[in-house]
Design a protein around this ligand. Sequence first.
Ligand code: PXP
Length: 249
Amino acid sequence: MKTDRKLRLGVNIDHVATVRNARGSAYPEPLRAARLAEQAGADGITAHLREDRRHISDEDIDGLVNALSVPLNFEMAATREMQAIALRHKPHAVCIVPEKREERTTEGGLEVAREENRLAHFIAPLREAGCRVSIFIAAERAQVEAAHRIGAEVIELHTGAYCDAHSEGRINDRDAELERLGEMAALANDLGLEVHAGHGLTYDTVRPIAAMPQVMELNIGHFLIGEAIFLGLGPAIVEMRRLMDEARE
Ligand code: PXP
């Protein structure tokens, strides 16, 4: 087991860019949101540069790399284009996610087990450049073990199925998902992987995930940006942090 048990919060600012791009305007600025998130206690900022640039742009990444004082977690698909961008910026962390043009959001985890060889070669230069490489996967043994074999340092467990089951009132499914997430967090930790989690988390769903002792970081975006409409971004983040800390105790 690792000794540092502090749970970090990475705030994903993609959907600040979604709102900006809805009007093709210059505002709201993702960088301003990132600065506010830092002040409110975010331990890191997460941004996903998608192939179709539907929210975060290349200029946003340039700005974040230059201006942030907390670590940037750069989410990207396993493509040559994204690899070149990551190698140019060398962000603190790179999270490899699956990406389909037609999806509304990142719907599933990466099929590491099916693409082991390609992914091992893909992440090697990123690791050599000093980026912490994280692999976004479903809570499945085959994926955790494959992520370990390809040389990733971190896995991020996809919490979307758990959150969907919760919001749809499928209690048995929700509990089964939680059990699976807990088991895979423990397995990954035993293998020496650092465990992160995220996708779809809200004030209602964050606690059981935050309470898992192996989970070291949560990445949360859509809910916080939505909640910012009502509370303001700073207070929305402060409340999430409070719930995480409470669950951790
Ligand atoms: N983690 C990963 C790897 C993601 O792809 C996303 C969504 O971009 C998130 C966390 C955050 O998910 P949400 O916006 O639903 O909180």
